[in-house]
Design a protein around this ligand. Sequence first.
Ligand SMILES: N[C@@H](CCC(=O)N[C@@H](CS)C(=O)NCC(=O)O)C(=O)O
Length: 328
Amino acid sequence: MSKQVGKAIKGWASADGEFRRQVSSFRDWISSDPSSKFQPEKGRYHLYVSLACPWAHRTLIARSIKGLKDVIGISVVDQFLGEGGWKFSDPKDCPGAIPDTVNDSKFLSELYFKAEPNYNARFTVPVLWDKKNKTIVNNESSEILRILNEGFNDIIEPEYQKIDLYPKNLRKEIDDINEWIYNDINNGVYKSGFATDQKVYENHVTKLFESLDRVEKILSDKQFLVGNVLTEADIRLWTTIVRFDPVYHGHFKCNLKLIAHDYPSILRWARLVYQLPGVKETVDMDHIKYHYYTSHTNINPTQIVPVSNGPDLENPVVKPEGDYLTRS
Ligand SMILES: N[C@@H](CCC(=O)N[C@@H](CS)C(=O)NCC(=O)O)C(=O)O
């Protein structure tokens, strides 16, 4: 992976030293309901992702687990996030990148302006694009995850229809756990890493590890976070955990503990999820490490990328008995 030189990305944190994530703008839904402008169709939608980004990573896992790889195409941005935002590169320059064959864009921002000429917020991944209406359906990963879970059920094979990452009987519990995991862990690592005030940083990092301790306790006698099945709650947490030791521990200064040494139950669960069909192929540790350590030059001006990839997720684990993908 070649290194690119970019100017420091300034302005992640507000004047009070707090990092605040912007609210996503495109919030439409794909559904077979006759009133829906966005009907499920094979080949109609395209998913724009970064392999580095934990939010985009969620949607890639759902696409894979729900058997949607032939239904929804993907483009993968360059791992480097520079001044012009995410860009598309030739895989010769950035192995793993997949150019934008749908809109022929050079930068992700072009899609946002096609969808909304007056768009004036950040150009984030993931983006779910509708080729028919030439617009963005949705750019909020938590919603794309649910769209992929349910929106295409009428056009996919029965074995995949039956997989339900947000089953009705577990929704309350999933929503509750998502809430604190999002605030304290998924976003907690960013709030710690982008803080520009010592106290703000210490508060977030303390809360982060309290919540990881809470997760460790939950997983000490369970295979998955909610019920006995894989749900979206696992996927949402997992993309942060695979980045934790190799990136967040050093780069974002989340260094009170390591997953590999201090959280045996989280580690066992991380391996279990990694080894589920279709998951490991979504992990690109070069994109992950090079993105964070070379793009955030305000945090890491030398752009040196640490050597470790974190714990070996290939280590065999005991798989739960029975069918642990929900059958509804
Ligand atoms: N709430 C959004 C957040 C997505 C997000 O923040 N993505 C980051 C990458 S990890 C991004 O694209 N940042 C580009 C930028 O801010 O310029 C979601 O979950 O979809």
